[in-house]
Design a protein around this ligand. Structure first.
Ligand code: SAM
Ligand code: DTB
Ligand code: SF4
Length: 330
């Protein structure tokens, strides 16, 4: 017997519209986050099953092609030059190093290779090197992704012509909380870069970070920003803050893990066709919480022993977790 709750009815009103350009208000998303946990997860799982294989998880491997020494002041980031975090600066990796790492990731089962750089944005000489890397990784038969910071007009086009499938650029948090975290670049700068990426016909990978001391309303605000992008991103990484000593956000009060799961569910419900990636923070998360994230609609992870500079579960441990849950990697 199925009992319809007031929360169900409210949600049906919000999600019955088949038009994917439907706009989500912050208060609608806050209502989702406020739902009884079981109702929220049930709806997220229903949405998930309508649009995706419920037992498939996509694997992306990250590499830092240029590490540390970044001029920006992102309060969460171990790579900002101004914080003393112990991250060693490293100049750009060679084409060979990147291709070798991508080939190894492919052997281990990753389908996408994401290249990250600690820049405010790339210079033309950086774009020249990145386009070589993108083409070479693409030639291995992998999907390519890059996250290089703000893009100037024309740069996305060059990356796209080289074979870039996805560009990752996060909004990070809600507009009203943003200034507490980053002051050296504006929200609008990020939206402009996303426009450049869309304009070049590259898939958008855009998400944010939770656990930075934001309120539930700010988590709703982040999801609303993402869901109201037109069209919404193809790929939505939801990161849990990895607290790194030396960064301003180190020591932030820990977020209840079930709040993180709720955020994943809201992303799934509001962006039904997107790949929702359970991103940074898995090393600090129990297997049970990760399983709840998959139940809430996450269907992608970063796979490999390292994110950019911080740890990620060992590949073997992830394979064991996927096996235990009967999840197939794609
Ligand atoms: N420098 C480029 C930029 O900021 O656009 C690309 C690399 S940057 C490290 C990519 C993303 O990683 C950030 O936007 C942020 O969302 C995420 N990130 C960085 N440090 C993190 C941390 N300590 N915990 C969780 N996510 C983090
Ligand atoms: C994203 O949203 N998360 C990844 C990827 N995109 C580039 C980065 C997480 C970084 C975590 C901190 C670090 O390892 O330096
Ligand atoms: Fe630099 Fe990116 Fe880190 Fe911000 S998140 S400090 S832009 S590397």
């Amino acid at each position: 017997m199925s009992i319809s709750t007031p929360a169900d009815e409210q949600l049906n009103c919000m999600t019955d519209n088949p038009d994917t350009s439907v706009r989500w208000s912050v208060s609608q998303i806050q209502s989702l986050l406020d739902m009884p946990f079981n109702d929220l997860i049930h709806h997220a799982q229903q949405t998930h099953r309508q649009h995706h294989d419920a037992n498939a998880v996509q694997l992306s491997t990250l590499i830092s092609v240029k590490t540390g020494g970044c001029p920006e002041d992102c309060g969460y980031c171990p790579q900002a030059a101004r914080y003393h975090t112990g991250v060693e600066n490293q100049e750009m990796l060679s084409l060979d190093e990147v291709v070798t790492a991508a080939a190894a990731a492919k052997v281990k089962g990753a389908s996408r290779f994401c290249m990250g750089a600690a820049w405010r944005g790339p210079k033309q000489r950086d774009i020249d090197k990145m386009t070589e890397m993108v083409s070479a990784v693409k030639a291995l038969g992998m999907e390519t992704c890059a996250t290089l910071g703000l893009l100037k007009p024309g740069q996305a086009q060059q990356l796209g012509e080289a074979g870039l499938d996805y560009y990752n650029h996060n909004l990070d948090t809600a507009p009203e909380f943003y200034d507490e975290v980053i002051t050296t670049r504006y929200y609008k700068d990020r939206l402009d870069t996303l426009q450049e990426v869309r304009g070049a016909g590259i898939n958008v990978c855009c998400g944010g970070i939770v656990g930075m001391g934001e309120t539930r309303q700010s988590r709703a605000g982040l999801i609303a920003q993402l869901a109201n992008l037109d069209p919404y991103p193809e790929s939505v990484p939801i990161n849990h803050l990895v607290q790194v000593e030396g960064t301003p956000l180190y020591g932030t009060e820990a977020l209840d893990p079930l709040e993180f799961v709720r955020t994943i569910a809201a992303a799934r419900i509001t962006m039904p066709k997107a790949m929702v990636r359970l991103s940074a923070g898995r090393q600090e998360m129990s297997e049970a919480v990760q399983a709840l994230c998959f139940l809430a609609g996450a269907n992608s992870i970063f796979y490999g022993d390292k994110l950019l500079t911080t740890g990620n579960p060992e590949a073997d441990r992830d394979q064991a977790l996927l096996n235990k849950l009967g999840l197939r990697s794609i």
